[in-house]
Design a protein around this ligand. Structure first.
Ligand code: ZN
Ligand code: ZN
Length: 115
């Protein structure tokens, strides 16, 4: 199944040490809160750091975590962060295809055949 087609069947609580998603194809993902915030895809975060494509990790507190995570339609999640930031909308295919930290996905992204 293409990562573009999968949706979360379970999203962990914001009180957990990391974001936990169980996908409709059975894949389990974990995302560190800090890494997730650094990779915020909103225009403000990406636009400010066009050469790096994400926020300067040093500018984000290590204790960052969401106060809550809202579902956006049928395609994305929107965290409301403890630093007040809430304009980042994370599409499911971005979470699954680009940000999943598991060994399987990391190996797939590191493969030289990837475009
Ligand atoms: Zn942002
Ligand atoms: Zn994965």
């Amino acid at each position: 199944m293409s990562p573009k087609m999968v949706t979360p069947v379970e999203v962990g609580s914001v009180v957990e040490p990391a974001l936990r998603i169980v996908w409709s194809d059975g894949h389990h993902s974990r995302y560190g809160w800090h890494a997730l915030r650094v990779h915020c895809p909103c225009a403000a975060c990406k636009g400010e750091w066009t050469t790096r494509r994400h926020v300067d990790p040093a500018s984000i507190p290590s204790t960052i975590r969401p106060l809550r995570i809202e579902r956006v339609g049928a395609y994305a999640l929107r965290p409301v962060w403890s630093d007040g930031h809430s304009t980042g909308i994370y599409p499911f295919n971005y979470l699954r295809g680009d940000l999943c930290e598991c060994e399987e996905c990391a190996a797939r992204r590191a493969a030289p055949s990837a475009p």
